[in-house]
Write a protein that binds this ligand. Structure first.
Ligand code: HEC
Ligand code: HEC
Ligand code: HEC
Ligand code: HEC
Ligand code: HEC
Ligand code: HEC
Ligand code: HEC
Ligand code: HEC
Ligand code: HEC
Ligand code: HEC
Length: 295
């Protein structure tokens, strides 16, 4: 009997129509939060200069109509919630943002790897206060926001050779669009190489003599997030080159301790820049005699 009553009661609640009650009513109970929110870009536009009906709803442009919540705030479904204990599905949460933010950088959000792994806008954004200087991120900068889930990249960027990300000169979004892209690994450009050429334009060529693996992809030899080998190399030279060049002759030789600079039979291929003591122009050559990348 009690069971039946409960069901009927909750059905009544759901049937009850939800109306908009206005930002000022929300603020009477959520005073501190409203205060922090009022300093954000959203608040400045929604409260002072709304461009349409949805923006003019203030708090309720994201959280949905609040009348049922006002009647009983403890009913979880009474309002759209974005926090981790939310009963609102990720789809419903994201739809609240996408009302106004489809297109642009989010052109490929749908079925992107983040969207299909049920990541919410609110996993990276916290619009309730200015935790970051721009972009309403949930942490104080882009990298910290990504590191909350991507621990492996955090440790890679702490390796001996790394691009200056921890130093604040570049960030994950110089290479990735977290909202989705048409290329693998959410890259902002069409290919790995196009991504790298943004900053390393001199590696683009054109070269009279191209080195096939360079034209193919920079990640054939480099680990973009960091490496303990010099210059972000995947492995030390000469092994790096010998992964591909093992047919015959001098590039195939197996080296021993004796071939080190301090050994009994020092070998140029093991000292200093190894194979590149002679093949120095490894990214390509424009010299008429540069077919073997020696100049
Ligand atoms: C009568 C006071 C009152 C008013 C008015 C009110 N709230 Fe609430 N709200 C509460 C209380 C109390 C809770 C905590 C309920 C709980 O613990 O489940 C809450 C919870 C919430 C939550 C969930 C927080 C979380 O943990 O995710 C959101 C979102 C929220 N309110 C938004 C609003 C919005 C938007 C408005 C205006 C439309 C509003 N509230 C108006 C009292 C109020
Ligand atoms: C631009 C969309 C947006 C607007 C506008 C907005 N919120 Fe939120 N709100 C969010 C998101 C997203 C979160 C989840 C933040 C997080 O990850 O903790 C949130 C969280 C909350 C919470 C729970 C946070 C906590 O720390 O307990 C409450 C309560 C809340 N909002 C109330 C309000 C009120 C009141 C207003 C208006 C003064 C408002 N919101 C305006 C998107 C919005
Ligand atoms: C009613 C429309 C509307 C809704 C809903 C909305 N936004 Fe916005 N948002 C705007 C407007 C307007 C701006 C100002 C910049 C612009 O014109 O694009 C903005 C700006 C932003 C910015 C950039 C802030 C900056 O510092 O430049 C972020 C990030 C953002 N919104 C995230 C969100 C997220 C996350 C949600 C959902 C929780 C959301 N928005 C919901 C309208 C909306
Ligand atoms: C995986 C993390 C992540 C997720 C998920 C995410 N964002 Fe972002 N968003 C960012 C970062 C980082 C930036 C700053 C971009 C930059 O540095 O150029 C940003 C910037 C923005 C901006 C301002 C700049 C612009 O592109 O116009 C808006 C608006 C925005 N996001 C909306 C959204 C919405 C809506 C969703 C959900 C559909 C969402 N974001 C999901 C990380 C995320
Ligand atoms: C809330 C957790 C979370 C946050 C925060 C987050 N990601 Fe992700 N990310 C994931 C998950 C889950 C996947 C898919 C599974 C995997 O590959 O680990 C993923 C995958 C990726 C991929 C691989 C895409 C592919 O096709 O293999 C890239 C690149 C990426 N994220 C970049 C970012 C960047 C940049 C940020 C910060 C702006 C970020 N992520 C923030 C959870 C997150
Ligand atoms: C200099 C460019 C660049 C920067 C900066 C960068 N990435 Fe990447 N990232 C790449 C490339 C290129 C790939 C693809 C690697 C491949 O195809 O093997 C990639 C792949 C990934 C992947 C997929 C798994 C993997 O390792 O292949 C994740 C996750 C990821 N990046 C997260 C991040 C995060 C988080 C940050 C910021 C802390 C970041 N990246 C910064 C270039 C970059
Ligand atoms: C947003 C700009 C930017 C992008 C994109 C970028 N780099 Fe860099 N890269 C840098 C900067 C800055 C340095 C440090 C230069 C210095 O110290 O003189 C650097 C250094 C390097 C180094 C030398 C590291 C060392 O230990 O000396 C390598 C190798 C490298 N990048 C490879 C790549 C590859 C591969 C890609 C594409 C996946 C890429 N970069 C994309 C900015 C970028
Ligand atoms: C066949 C392997 C290989 C490939 C593929 C490769 N590199 Fe390199 N790269 C190297 C080696 C080896 C070094 C160290 C050079 C030295 O010590 O002279 C290096 C050094 C660098 C450096 C730092 C020193 C310098 O010359 O400026 C940058 C930046 C760089 N590579 C970018 C790239 C980019 C961008 C791509 C893709 C277009 C790429 N590399 C593809 C092997 C490669
Ligand atoms: C991912 C595989 C790969 C790696 C790693 C690699 N190469 Fe190559 N290399 C090639 C391919 C493929 C060619 C083109 C062979 C051809 O045209 O017959 C080539 C061509 C060359 C040539 C010209 C050969 C000729 O017959 O004209 C030289 C010299 C060379 N590589 C040296 C190096 C050195 C030194 C390294 C290490 C820094 C290296 N390569 C790393 C795949 C690789
Ligand atoms: C002491 C200088 C020197 C060093 C060190 C060196 N090479 Fe060479 N390499 C040459 C010369 C000279 C040629 C022949 C050039 C020609 O025929 O024009 C050559 C040719 C090549 C060729 C083209 C195929 C062939 O046999 O003609 C490849 C591939 C090559 N080297 C790879 C390597 C690799 C890999 C290493 C490191 C293990 C290496 N080289 C170290 C001098 C060197």
């Amino acid at each position: 009997m009690i069971f039946v009553i409960t069901i009927t009661f909750s059905n009544m609640l759901h049937a009850q129509e939800k109306n908009y009650i206005g930002t000022q009513v929300c603020s009477t109970c959520h005073n501190d939060l409203s205060n922090h929110w009022s300093h954000t870009l959203h608040a400045k536009i929604f409260l002072n200069n709304p461009r349409n009906e949805i923006e003019a709803r203030g708090c309720e442009s994201c959280h949905g109509p609040g009348s049922q919540h006002l009647a009983d705030p403890t009913v979880s479904e009474s309002i759209i919630r974005f926090t981790s204990n939310s009963n609102s599905s990720v789809g419903v949460q994201n739809q609240a943002c996408l009302q106004c933010h489809t297109g642009g950088d989010r052109m490929h959000w749908m079925s992107s790897v983040h969207e299909s792994n049920d990541i919410a806008c609110a996993d990276c954004h916290n619009p309730m206060a200015n935790y970051s200087t721009v972009n309403l991120l949930s942490k104080n900068n882009v990298n910290e926001t990504c590191f909350t889930c991507h621990k492996e990249q955090r440790s890679q960027f702490n390796r001996r050779s790394h691009m200056p990300l921890n130093e604040g000169k570049i960030s994950c979004t110089n290479c990735h669009n977290p909202h989705g892209s048409i290329s693998d690994s959410l890259l902002i450009a069409d290919t790995v190489n196009q991504t790298c050429f943004q900053c390393h334009a001199e590696k683009r060529g054109p070269f009279l003599f191209e080195h096939a693996p360079v034209t193919d992809s920079c990640v054939n030899c480099h680990e973009p997030h960091g490496s303990n080998h010099e210059k972000l190399l995947l492995t030390a030279r000469p092994m790096l080159c010998q992964q591909c060049h093992t047919s015959i002759g001098h590039m195939n030789d197996l080296f021993t301790r004796g071939n080190l600079a301090t050994g009994s039979r020092p070998d140029a291929r093991l000292i200093g820049r190894s194979c590149q003591n002679c093949h120095s122009q490894i990214h390509g050559s424009n010299h008429p005699g540069g077919a073997k990348f020696q100049r």
